[in-house]
Design a protein around this ligand. Sequence first.
Ligand code: WQD
Length: 342
Amino acid sequence: MAKKTVLVSGGAGFIGSHVTVELISAGHDVVVADNMSNCDMTCFEGVKKITGREDLPFIKMDFCNAAEVDKLFSEYPIDAVIHFAAFKAVGESVEEPVKYYKNNLISFLNVLETASKRGCNVLFSSSATVYGEPDKLPVTEESPRQPATSPYGNTKQICEDILSDTVKATGGKIKGIALRYFNPIGAHPSALIGELPRGVPNNLVPFITQTAIGKRECLSIFGNDYPTPDGTCQRDYIDIVDLAKAHVFAVTRMIDGKMKKDYEIFNVGTGRPVSVLELVNAFEKVNGLKLNYRFAPRRAGDVTAIWADPTLANEEMGWKAERTVEETLASAWAWEKHLAGK
Ligand code: WQD
């Protein structure tokens, strides 16, 4: 595999920083760009420490500004772009749809416009949210997309379509891959990078670790009357390092000309359903502690159960989730303790 330059937009965030580490360890050059609207430099500094790359290029910029995007592409010999730069809070997107459509669509359109002019391949960070409440489990890439239940989810669907249309319009001059993430959790084994939610976490694992460290009093488990084995929702929790490695496989596939179609979609999940209660129990067991939790009413908008069929990614990309949920939950706890200086 030839060494290539990969632009990671939104590269200072949770997923972007882990992806940057894996790209560098696979031998690529990486350019990190971020507007820092939802993170600080903690993860970028962590990436530099883990990789020993003090000279790692970082550009603070706004992907909604077309001129800035164009300038970035003219300054670096970018072969592929992995696009993370987007807002991601589901609830906030319901309250402020214009903010979400404007940011998530315009930034992606700017990236695509420049990338297609320059013949640069594009990897888009999509989400299992496009499947909505599935009729059949597990979901494959062929499972129908359901109407989005939030503007955030809608931006993922729209961006997938924009990517597919653009790839088609260039006649395959540029290639595109959409990775549909299930529930990314955990942190790098070094505990130098991880998830840094602002304010009260919406997602389950940061809420668990913040409760365990004493920042939150009690975890509410949203609903124990779902039609699942223990009554709580089931998800496919994918380790963040495993997820990051899927990007290296995908980028390599694009750059090395191994794609079967000009636009491809892959599920990035483990294929294992885990309930909220199972996750809480596993967290307690692996970290040797008791978590303060209670059952609370269902949260609006939650689907009962969703997990991936990851066969396509396993067989086509040669990628497979490797870390156990216990290892992942231990890494999430190590990161929370690192943040607390413990
Ligand atoms: C998981 C389970 C909750 C918090 C969301 C987005 C998705 C993707 C990832 C990201 C559910 C339960 C949670 C809590 C709880 N987007 N829960 N108590 O909703 O599956 O997916 O994040 O940027 O698009 O929709 O993830 O971690 O919020 O919830 O009981 O305090 O944990 O009800 O069953 P979700 P989550």
